[in-house]
Each structure stands twice: as structure tokens, then as C-alpha cells.
Ligand binder design. Structure first.
Ligand code: FAD
Length: 327
């Protein structure tokens, strides 16, 4: 069995940052990624623009040059891909980690392709694999998607967008601009306060002028082939409908964390237990990095503020001074 100092589960921006830092520190490592390089970013909407400016997404001070201040998805794919290839990072793609077993003085990492022996494991699996479902009749119909890709698909169609966060608002605006008839269904009383400050006025104006219809304090009750039924403060409403984009957020794979022995807080946040000074979990030698650290608080960590985890963890593994870590 191959033996490593550290195995990184997940090849997102933060898993890659961990791999690069391990390499810089002279540790033997491999990144195991179940999809392509930065799989989550690969599945973001094709025209997506980051809210962070490019330098805030940089790893290890390697310059990220983008056309505008805030890079687009394609530029981010290029950047992280080049980090992997230029630094010849050891990453095994399309290899899914199924389990991590603790054994004397280390771990056995079992994937769908191989088994590895390692002294330390970093879990950097993000939260983008599991959408929050609405749990309503008809949710399994093919007209419903939890991931938004390209507005062209929805042109000239009656589209219901469920949600009020950045993803939902971006999709609603973009699809409306490409000719979809868009209705927003929002559980709370307003468009989310975290919606990008330059996008919020746009959506508010579109709603006010009636270009995009919005139902507030409303929830989807049933989805059928040609319509959807929603509960609104004024009673039940049935809307003619071709497609539903349920952009209601995502959640980490808690079952995977529990299988690895990581304890979660006993409340709705389900915060995984770890020491913020080392990122080590309640399991010795098992670390967390990236957005997975936030449990259900998926907005708490992002690339900007979690890229530092890579240095914190390598310092902890090597027992180096944590004061040298900079964000
Ligand atoms: C639409 C959108 C816009 C965003 N904009 C910004 C922004 O502007 N600025 C910012 O800082 N952040 C932004 N974020 C958040 C940011 O993209 C995430 O914080 C970032 O992807 C986190 O990186 P990560 O490496 O922790 O997780 P991820 O990028 O999700 O990577 C986790 C990886 O683990 C892999 N994986 C999962 N399970 C396994 C397994 N069992 N075995 C092997 N591999 C596995 C996945 O395939 C994935 O590639 C945005 C997020 C979204 C959804």
C-alpha cells in the first residue's frame, strides 16, 4: 500500500492549496478528487462571476490575473488548473474517497480505485454535492434542477426560481434577460441581504416594474408537469410552469464526516468539531479545510477566508510556529 505523510480528500481550491503547501514543505501527499480539478467550480453557472476580486482567490501568492476585477468562472478554472499543472501537484482525479479508517499511528484511506496508508488526512470536501431539497410532491420530475447552468436553456419558457440568495437572483436575472418568463418564489419577506450589492438594485427594480414576478413569504407545495402550486400569504396559487430552478442552497456530506468519526454540534448548525488553531478535528491526525468547516453555515467560509487553512494545517503537522501564518 502506498504510504503518505498526508492525504487530501477533495481537489477544490482549498484542497489544492493544501496540496501545494504540503509540497512546499517537503511532505509526501496526494490529493484525491472525485471529479475534475475544482469540480464544484466546474459545475457553477457558465457565466458566473465571483464576488471576490481575483487577488482574494489567489493561492500561495501566485498571481491571478483576470480581465475585470472580479473574475469569471472560466478564468478561475484556468487559474486553479494552471496551479495544478505548473506545480505538478500530485492529484488523482475521478477517484472518490469512500472511507477513512483509523489504524495504529495513522489512517487507511479507501477510494473507489485504491487504498492508501497515511499519517494525516485533510478533509476538504466542500458542500456543493448535496442540494437542500424542498421535499414536495413532484420534486423528482425532470423539469426541476438544483444546479443552474446556462440561461439559453430557459429562453421562452415559464421558469420558477425558488430561493432568494445570490445563486437564485443571478439565475432569475440572467434567464429573464434571455427571454424566460421568470417567477421568484421566496420563503422569507425579502430578497436576501447577502445578495451582491451591485445586483440587489437590479433585481429590486425588475420586481418593482413587474418584469420578474416575486412571491414573498411563499413556499412551493407541489410540482406537476405543466404547473406548480405555491402557498402565499394570500392563499394557494397555481402557476403555469415549464421548469423549476430550486436554488435553495447546499449542505456538506454530514454522513461522510460522521463515518470518519468527526463529531458535529447537536443543533441545526451541525458544526464539525475542530481546533481553529490547528484545524485538527476530534480525531487525532484528521484535519478539516475550506468551506466544510462551517457545517450548515455554508456562507461562513469561502475561498477568500479559508485558503489560509492550508498553512495552518501544515504548520500543525510539522509542529511549526502558527504565528507565521498569514491570511
Ligand atoms: C455560485 C457561487 C459563487 C461563489 N463565489 C465566491 C467568491 O466570489 N469568493 C469566494 O471566496 N468564494 C465564493 N464561493 C464559495 C467558494 O466557491 C467555495 O468556498 C469554494 O469552492 C470552497 O472551496 P473548497 O475547496 O473548500 O470546496 P469545494 O470547492 O466545494 O471543493 C470540494 C471538492 O471535494 C470533492 N469531493 C467531495 N467529496 C469527495 C470524496 N468523497 N472524495 C473525493 N473528492 C470529494 C468535490 O468534488 C470538490 O471538488 C462561491 C460559491 C458559489 C456556489
Amino acid at each position: 500500500m502506498k504510504q503518505f505523510d498526508v492525504i487530501i480528500v477533495g481537489g477544490g481550491p482549498i484542497g489544492i492549496a493544501c496540496g501545494l503547501e504540503a509540497k512546499n514543505k517537503g511532505l509526501s501527499y496526494v490529493i484525491l478528487e472525485k471529479g475534475p480539478i475544482v469540480n464544484s467550480l466546474f459545475h457553477y453557472p457558465v457565466n458566473m462571476q465571483f464576488f471576490s476580486s481575483s487577488e482574494k482567490l489567489e493561492i500561495d501568492d501566485i498571481p491571478f490575473i483576470s480581465n475585470e476585477a472580479k473574475p469569471k468562472r472560466n478564468e478561475a478554472l484556468e487559474y486553479y488548473r494552471r496551479i495544478v499543472t505548473s506545480n505538478q501537484l500530485d492529484i488523482q482525479l475521478f477517484e472518490k474517497v469512500e472511507n477513512v479508517e483509523k489504524k495504529d499511528g495513522g489512517f487507511t484511506v479507501i477510494s473507489n480505485k485504491d487504498s492508501y496508508s497515511t499519517s494525516n488526512v485533510i478533509v476538504a470536501t466542500g458542500f456543493y454535492d448535496l442540494p437542500n431539497t424542498m421535499d414536495v410532491p413532484g420534486e423528482d420530475l425532470p423539469k426541476i434542477a438544483h444546479y443552474y447552468d446556462d440561461p439559453h436553456f430557459y429562453a421562452s419558457q415559464k421558469l420558477a426560481v425558488v430561493g432568494a440568495s445570490n445563486s437564485a437572483i443571478d439565475a432569475a436575472l440572467e434567464c429573464w434577460r434571455k427571454g424566460a418568463e421568470v417567477t421568484l418564489i421566496i420563503r422569507g419577506p425579502e430578497v436576501g441581504q447577502r445578495v451582491k450589492y451591485w445586483v440587489r438594485p437590479d433585481i429590486m427594480n425588475r420586481i418593482e416594474e413587474g418584469s420578474i414576478k416575486a412571491y414573498y413569504n411563499s413556499t412551493v407545495k407541489e410540482i406537476r408537469e405543466t404547473d406548480i402550486r405555491i402557498d402565499t400569504p394570500d392563499g394557494a396559487v397555481t402557476l403555469e410552469n415549464d421548469f423549476v430552478l430550486a436554488l435553495t442552497g447546499y449542505k456538506p456530506n454530514f454522513a461522510f464526516l460522521k463515518k470518519l468519526g468527526i463529531e458535529l454540534s447537536d443543533d441545526e448548525k451541525k458544526l464539525p468539531q475542530y481546533n481553529p488553531e490547528t484545524m485538527e478535528t476530534n480525531v487525532d491526525g484528521l484535519y478539516l479545510a475550506g468551506v466544510i468547516c462551517g457545517g450548515m453555515e455554508t456562507h461562513k467560509w469561502f475561498i477568500e477566508n479559508s485558503r489560509v487553512h492550508a498553512k495552518i494545517i501544515m504548520n500543525a503537522i510539522l509542529h511549526e510556529n502558527p504565528e507565521t501564518v498569514e491570511a
